[in-house]
Design a protein around this ligand. Sequence first.
Ligand SMILES: [Zn+2]
Ligand SMILES: [Zn+2]
Length: 361
Amino acid sequence: MPQQVRGVVARAKGAPVTLETIVVPDPGPGEAVVKVEACGVCHTDLHYREGGINDDFPFLLGHEAAGRVESIGEGVTGLQPGDFVVLNWRAVCGDCRACRRGRPWYCFDTFNATQPMTLEDGTKLSPALGIGAFADKTLVHAGQCTKVDPKADPAAAGLIGCGVMAGFGAAVNTAPVGKGDTVAVIGCGGVGSAAIAGALYAGARQVIAVDVDPRKLEWARGFGATDTVDAKKEDVVARLRELTGGFGPDVVIEAVGRPDTYRQAFDARDLAGTVVLVGVPNPTMTLELPLIEVFGRGGQLKSSWYGDCLPSRDFPLLVDLWQSGRLDLDAFVSERIGLGDVEEAFHKMERGEVLRSVVVL
Ligand SMILES: [Zn+2]
Ligand SMILES: [Zn+2]
């Protein structure tokens, strides 16, 4: 029987989100219904509400979630009702040209549930990143459920499903940061802070945090940044060179997603250095670079999709690192809120007051 539950819906571009009754169907073949226990408020949810992703309103927001599998559809293996899972938004298909070449983290044909969740009147909802977890329950593809240690706190574990994985993976998988590298991270929200943690885990000898907000720089120090640059007061490129013996960092991770900060990353890195773009730009942004510099400075300009992660490989690893005290996931959880508080959480995020507000159910 389809179930009626509460869900946070963005009905129109820029309009405040509302708490609505939504209809979650029984899981069909390959699908699972998950009882959501916690879901973090991510910039991407706000992006959807602002119409910055696409125009497929109404959206069911929320995608950084952990919960328990309630029921599974036909043909689902490796997943049982009661399993504690972190939801992922790139369930790899195993069959596309990327997967077949042994690069499943690039999968070009990731899975989502095929049945729609709807409003009471039958209007189809577009779940954010194919998840839609600001809801008591959500319908996903079974491959979007990654089992992790059930002892983990759902509020912290859910964050692995998006921002933490994206940032950590940008450093560890995409760059990848090597032992003894110097690293700068531009933009120290949830993704940037996780990139700092990832760079340290990978063996960086120096990790420089760059942000316009002194509060975020303070948090970055808490995650282990060795130096900070206040981008409002200092020339970012000159300061990054100065802090790295005049050369620039080996790796610069851009966690903002803007042409001006990308240009800082491009200009600041050392010769043959690496730039990783993990911040998500909007569709109107363009970039102009001197081609002679692209050639002459060498190195690598990379983009990081979801931290180039494999959820089945990386989520349990991050939970282990957290439980052994090597990754402070709890520090990402700024506050615990209810389903009705998401709109206010967007405002707190815009004002830079929180790293993550987490809806706890
Ligand atoms: Zn694939
Ligand atoms: Zn996210």
